[in-house]
Design a binder for this molecule. Structure first.
Ligand code: ADP
Ligand code: MG
Length: 390
C-alpha cells in the first residue's frame, strides 16, 4: 500500500526526522492560506499523487509570491499530471502540499528496502540525490552504496557512520545523518514498511539536513496490525477494479495487455500469463480466483475482467483440485447469463469432475471456445484477441 508524500512526511515528523514545514491544500485559496501561515518569502507547491517524477513534469513549482502559490495550486488541482511513472493517462491531482522553499547546497539519496537476495532490510544511499536510483545503479553502480541490516541487532551506529562517510559527509554531518538513518530504520520497521525513500535528502545552505521528498509503501499483509497506516489509504489512487476485486476476495492486478485471464491459483495464473506472452499476446490482468471458487465468484471475476475496456478475449484456465469443474461450469453459465459478453471466451478446464463440467457447458448452448491444454488455450486466446480466428 502506497501513501502520499505529505502523509509520509507526517510520519517522518513523528519520528523526529526533519522535513520542511508544510501543509496540504485542496484549493488555490487554501494553498494561499497555508503559505501565509508558513510565512517566509519562498514556497513550493507539490502535486500529491502516488507517483514520482513530478518535478520534471511540472508537478513541483517553486513560488516566490503568495499569488504564484495560489496560481500554481489552482492550475494543478483538478488536472491530470503525467509523469514518467504514471503512464499516459496520468493521475488526477486532488490536493497539493505547500511547503517552505529551502536553498539547496547538496542533494543526496537515502532509501530503505527489503533486499530479496539477502532477505534483509537494506539501507541504500548515494551522493547523487534527485536522480532515479534504479537508473543510477545501472549506469554508475559505484555511486550507490548499500548496507545490510542484521535483524537480530538492528541498525548499528557504525553502519550508519560508514554509509554517511561513503557518500562524502564529514565531521558533524556524519553524526546528524547517522541519527537520521537510525530514526528512518525505526520508522520503517515499526510500520511494516516495504520501501522508504528520501530523494532528495538535502543539505541546505544553512547546513541543515532535510527530507525534501518522502515516499513510503507498506506490506499489505501486515496492515491488519497497522491501524494508523490503513487510515492513510487513498482509494482514488488505486485501480477501482483492484479495489472491487479485493472486496470479493479475488486477487486481481490490472496490466496493460488485451487477453483477460481468469485462473485459479497464483502459480497457474502466472503460468497462464507466461503462456499468453509466449504465444505473442499480452495479458490484461493477473487474476487468481482462489481454491474453492463458487459460481458467484466466477461471475464476479468475469465482471471485473470485463470492466477493462482493453480486454479483447478472455482465457479461463481452471485446474480443479479442491474445486470442481461442474461448479466452475455453472459459474461460467451464470456469468454469461448475467451480463452481455461481447468478447470471445476460451475455456480450459482440467481436474475434478471434468467430464461433468464439459457436459454442462456443451449442453448450455453458450458460445465459447473449448481448449484442451494450457498451450492450446493460450494460442487460441491470443488469436481470438488479435481477431485472427482460432
Ligand atoms: P519528484 O521526485 O516527484 O520529482 P520531489 O519532491 O523530489 O518530487 O521534488 C523535485 C525537486 O524539487 C527536488 O529535487 C528539489 O530540487 C525541488 N524541491 C522540492 N521540494 C522543495 C523545497 N521544499 N524547497 C526547495 N526545493 C524543493
Ligand atoms: Mg523526489
Amino acid at each position: 500500500m502506497d501513501i502520499h508524500e505529505y502523509q509520509a512526511k507526517e510520519i517522518f515528523r513523528s519520528y523526529g526526522i526533519p522535513v520542511p514545514e508544510g501543509r496540504v491544500a485542496h484549493s488555490g485559496n487554501q494553498a494561499l492560506a497555508v503559505a501565509e501561515e508558513l510565512g517566509g518569502d519562498g514556497w513550493v507547491v507539490k502535486a500529491q499523487i502516488h507517483a514520482g517524477g513530478r518535478g520534471k513534469a511540472g508537478g513541483v513549482q517553486l513560488s516566490d509570491s503568495l499569488e504564484a502559490v495560489q496560481q500554481h495550486a489552482d492550475r494543478m488541482i483538478g488536472t491530470r499530471l503525467v509523469t514518467k511513472q504514471t503512464g499516459k493517462a496520468g493521475r488526477l491531482v486532488q490536493r497539493v502540499l505547500v511547503e517552505q522553499a529551502h536553498n539547496i547546497d547538496a542533494e543526496y539519496y537515502l532509501g530503505i528496502v527489503i533486499d530479496r537476495n539477502s532477505q534483509r532490510i537494506t539501507l541504500i544511499a548515494s551522493a547523487s540525490g534527485g536522480m532515479n536510483i534504479e537508473e543510477l545503479a545501472q549506469i554508475s553502480p559505484d555511486k550507490v552504496v548499500h548496507e545490510t541490516i542484521d535483524p537480530a541487532v538492528g541498525m548499528q551506529d557504525f553502519q550508519c557512520r560508514k554509509i554517511a562517510t561513503k557518500i562524502g559527509l564529514n565531521g558533524k554531518q556524519i553524526i546528524t545523518v547517522a541519527r537520521m538513518m537510525k530514526q528512518l530504520y525505526r520508522c520503517f520497521r515499526d510500520n511494516d514498511a516495504l520501501m522508504l525513500e528520501i530523494n532528495p535528502l538535502v543539505r541546505t545552505t544553512e547546513g541543515q539536513f532535510l527530507a525534501l521528498d518522502a515516499k513510503m509503501s507498506f506490506d499489505g499483509n501486515a496492515l491488519f496490525r497497522q491501524a494508523d497506516i490503513i487510515d492513510l489509504r487513498d482509494f482514488d489512487e488505486e485501480d477501482p477494479k483492484e479495489v472491487e476485486a479485493s472486496g470479493h476476495d479475488l486477487n486481481y492486478i490490472a496490466l496493460d495487455g488485451d487477453v483477460g485471464c481468469i485462473v485459479n491459483g497464483a502459480g497457474l495464473a502466472m503460468a497462464t500469463m507466461d503462456a499468453i506472452s509466449h504465444y505473442g499476446g499480452r495479458p490484461a490482468n493477473f487474476l487468481d480466483v482462489g481454491g474453492g471458487a463458487s459460481p458467484e465468484k466466477i461471475a464476479n471475476a468475469f465482471r471485473i475482467v470485463l470492466e477493462d475496456p482493453n480486454v479483447k478475449a478472455i482465457m479461463l484456465n481452471i485446474y480443479a483440485g479442491i474445486n470442481r469443474c461442474d461448479w466452475i461450469a455453472k459459474g461460467i453459465i451464470k456469468a454469461m447469463g448475467d451480463q452481455r459478453i461481447e468478447v470471445p471466451i476460451v475455456v480450459r478446464l482440467a481436474g475434478t469432475n471434468l467430464e461433468e463440467g464439459r457436459r454442462i457447458l456443451e449442453e448450455s448452448g453458450l458460445d465459447y471456445i473449448p481448449a484442451e491444454r494450457l498451450s492450446d488455450a493460450a494460442k487460441k486466446s491470443v488469436a481470438a484477441a488479435k481477431g485472427t480466428g482460432v
